[in-house]
Structure formats: C-alpha cells, structure tokens
Design a protein. Structure first.
Length: 109
C-alpha cells in the first residue's frame, strides 16, 4: 500500500483489545464513540442477544437434565457439549430475527 500510495480507513469499535502499539503509515484507524456499536453493527443490534438467550436456555435444560439424573455438579459441561449447544442455538436464530435487526439498522441496500 505504501509503494502504491494507497490509504485506507479502518473503523473499529472501542473494545480495548482492538488497539495496537504502533501507528500504521497508510491506515487511519478510527474508533467508534462509546456505546455506538449496537447502532451500527447488526449483530450487536439483537442477533447476538438472541443467540445468547437460546444458548442459555439449552444450558439450563442441560443442567436440569443432569439434576434429574442425580448428578452433583449440574453446571459441568465439556467443550463438545458447549459447541453442540452453540451450533444448535445459532441454527435456531430465525431469519426474521436477522432481517429485523438489519431493518432496525437501516443500512442495507
């Protein structure tokens, strides 16, 4: 980019982990104002919230099942179980939820 004299703008949310310790020469990094992310990123406008709610529901059902089976540590979960619940939760996020979030953002074509 430097040899071609190209410059770009990189817009990122204000999460502290997005910061870097140096200043790139041909990249201008602009951070969103605090609490602005949910207004300009559709995933934060409800899609992630829906996914988390569905995952938590599955986790609670899992814990209840373990309790019914007489397990002492009902919140114990292995990585495969967590990944399976996450996959199912994402699958259960409806098309309508995604469309509504994009419509709320009013940024689609």
């Amino acid at each position: 980019m430097g040899r071609q004299n190209r410059h770009i703008l990189l817009s990122v949310d204000n999460f502290a982990g997005h910061g870097i310790a140096y200043n790139p020469r041909n990249i201008l990094i602009e951070f969103f104002k605090p609490n602005l992310t949910a207004y300009i990123q559709p995933l934060d406008a409800g899609i992630i919230c829906c996914f988390k709610a569905l995952y938590r529901k599955a986790f609670c059902i899992h814990a209840i099942d373990l309790n019914d089976a007489g397990e002492s540590n009902i919140y114990k979960i292995n990585l495969l179980e967590a990944m399976t619940m996450a996959k199912a939760a994402w699958k259960d996020v409806t098309k309508e939820t995604i469309v509504n979030c994009w419509n709320h953002m009013q940024i689609q074509l």
